[in-house]
Design a protein around this ligand. Structure first.
Ligand code: HEC
Length: 103
């Protein structure tokens, strides 16, 4: 019985640690206006594309991002895979996240 209770506490502890680890953001504060500029900025990546190339009309057209949850990892994926850019641009990720969240 005692072991079971201890095991339960341990599981609870583990899930809190895991959950906190996932939700704790290390991103700097984002700025939607800067994010909007970055959305169409060819210097974010290296292949001349911008977010607006695929998510047209500044995220409101094709592949619309309106109402989509702007997950950090998705933004990084698109910077890396679609723009051939550095996904570790923390300020840019934060600003894009703020912009997409504002759509
Ligand atoms: C080469 C095309 C392309 C480019 C450029 C691109 N994306 Fe994407 N993006 C996609 C595709 C494909 C998906 C998958 C979902 C879809 O089809 O709408 C996606 C999904 C996303 C999602 C998740 C949407 C959802 O359904 O939850 C976000 C957020 C996103 N992109 C942000 C960005 C940002 C920010 C940039 C610029 C840094 C960017 N994308 C550049 C093609 C692109």
């Amino acid at each position: 019985m005692r072991e079971k209770i201890l095991a339960l506490y341990f599981l609870l502890f583990l899930s809190i640690v895991t959950f906190a680890g996932c939700s704790a953001s290390t991103l700097p504060a984002g700025d939607a206006a800067r994010g909007k500029a970055l959305f169409a900025d060819t210097t974010l990546g290296t292949n001349g594309k911008t977010c607006n190339t695929c998510h047209t009309e500044m995220g409101r057209g094709e592949k619309s991002l309106v109402g989509k949850k702007p997950y950090e990892h998705t933004i990084r994926d698109c910077i890396q895979a679609a723009l051939q850019g550095d996904p570790g641009q923390e300020q840019a990720v934060a600003d894009l996240k703020a912009y997409i969240g504002s759509l």
